[in-house]
Design a binder for this molecule. Structure first.
Ligand SMILES: Cc1ncc(COP(=O)(O)O)c(C=O)c1O
Length: 415
């Protein structure tokens, strides 16, 4: 089948994709009737589980009412309600709609840069965290770590200054950089994944570091952009990772879990202060960015239905239960495999597998995936980092089983 799959090597003899015909809760069902427990939330999107009936019904209702409008000239109730809820929740007054995580980031960067342009201020320095991943469009790639993902495009990416990953080992290096940043008049923006870098290997850091970086960037007059495309919607145990930080962002990027995994949608939420630089009848002050599907009513209806689920006590109870289970499993793993760096934050459980080759191309990404699939579990290791990210439809016993499969694989490595 000539389908060019993402992040996939295509060659004679390469593993073929599984054909999934249906999904429910935490399970995917293949054409042959196999049930596979999805430990990735379908690339981190299906927060409530697959095919949640509440979201499915909301989309169906919307599909019979209003399918699409040209969002530059029209608005509609679902986009308005979604904007109202999220601006109220975050304190960020303006919502710009896009299609996915990369474009939510792309727009955040454009807004930050055009903010200074509209004010006639020259600010050129953009900061990001070492190891960052913010998406695959050119702006998003520019603020992402240089890697095999970006190598072919390297000379077309704009320059970014990398802050050391915030951890005790890098403390003095980071403090030196922050001191210099505080005194700079050229900082335009900092972009970071608050508390948890997903693609980098589920690397966690404390909210105190996020706060210190944000404070330094603000002291320099720069804009703080939180990319919560991955961390948003429960992943860190709170609705947003920045709920756990004192320093709130000026711009917040959302996608992935926003629609509960049903439809692509990105949102860039922006502080009133920044919007003020765009409030003008002069045409060159407007933001010239948009997508054909901007503000798609079906996606907005899905996002609203997902937020309704988040407001239910059962959702919060299940979140707390699974966060607690992941914490317990991480502690048990640490005592069983004390040499393996193991991390837990919110719903995320991750461990570094023993390997001669670290990084995204470590052989575990294929070997562990194949091993787990045999046992009815889908995982997609980030190179040598194995992780489990459960949907809220999961039972604690399913998490225990998933981690037991990973333990069997890890034991077999040293056998
Ligand atoms: C933190 C972060 N930002 C942005 C993106 C890009 O999102 P999308 O794949 O929807 O373009 C991702 C995707 O994994 C991500 O983890």
């Amino acid at each position: 089948m000539p389908i060019w799959r993402p992040y996939t090597s295509h060659y004679e003899g390469a593993p073929l994709p599984l054909r999934v015909v249906r999904a429910q809760g935490s399970y995917l069902y293949t054409a042959e009737g196999r049930a596979i427990w999805d430990g990735t939330c379908a690339w981190w999107v299906t927060v409530h589980g697959h095919c949640h009936p509440h979201i499915a019904s909301a989309i169906a209702r919307q599909a019979h009412t209003l399918d699409q409008v040209l969002f530059a000239d029209f608005t509609h109730p679902a986009a308005e309600a979604l904007t109202e809820q999220l601006t109220h929740r975050t304190g960020l007054a303006w919502a710009f709609f896009t299609d996915d995580g990369s474009t939510a980031v792309e727009v955040a960067l454009k807004i930050a840069l055009q903010y200074f342009y509209n004010r006639g201020e020259k600010r050129t320095r953009i900061l990001a965290l070492e190891g960052a991943y913010h998406g695959d469009t050119f702006g998003a790639m520019s603020v992402s770590a240089r890697s095999a993902f970006t190598d072919p495009f390297r000379e077309w990416l704009f320059e970014v200054e990398w802050l050391p990953f915030p951890c005790p080992k890098n403390e003095s290096l980071l403090e030196d950089r922050l001191r210099e940043i505080r005194q700079s008049g050229e900082i335009a923006a900092f972009i970071g994944e608050p508390l948890l870098q997903g693609v980098a290997g589920m690397r966690t850091y404390s909210s105190a570091y996020w706060d210190r970086i944000a404070q330094a960037v603000r002291a320099a007059g720069g804009i703080v952009i939180a990319d919560e495309v991955f961390t948003g919607f429960g992943r860190t145990g709170a609705l947003f990772a920045t709920d756990l930080c004192n320093e709130k962002p000026d711009i917040l990027c959302l996608s992935k879990g926003l629609t509960g995994g049903f439809l692509p949608l990105g949102l860039t939420l922006v502080h009133e202060r920044l919007f003020e630089a765009f409030r003008s009848p002069e045409p060159h002050k407007a933001l010239y960015h948009g997508h054909s599907y901007t503000g798609n009513p079906l996606a907005c209806a899905a996002a609203l239905a997902s937020l309704e689920l988040w407001s239910q006590p059962e959702t919060q109870e299940r979140l707390a239960q699974l966060v607690q289970t992941q914490g317990r499993l991480a502690a048990q793993w640490k005592s069983r495999f004390p040499d393996l760096p193991t991390r837990h934050l919110g719903l995320v459980w991750a461990t570094e597998l023993p390997t001669p080759e670290k990084g995204y191309f470590a052989g575990h990404r294929h070997a562990l995936k194949a091993f787990a699939l045999e046992k009815g579990l889908f995982v997609r290791p980030l190179g040598h980092v194995a992780y489990i990210l459960p949907a809220l439809s999961s039972e604690p016993s399913e998490l225990e089983r998933a981690v037991a499969v990973l333990a069997d694989y890890t034991e077999a490595l040293s056998a």
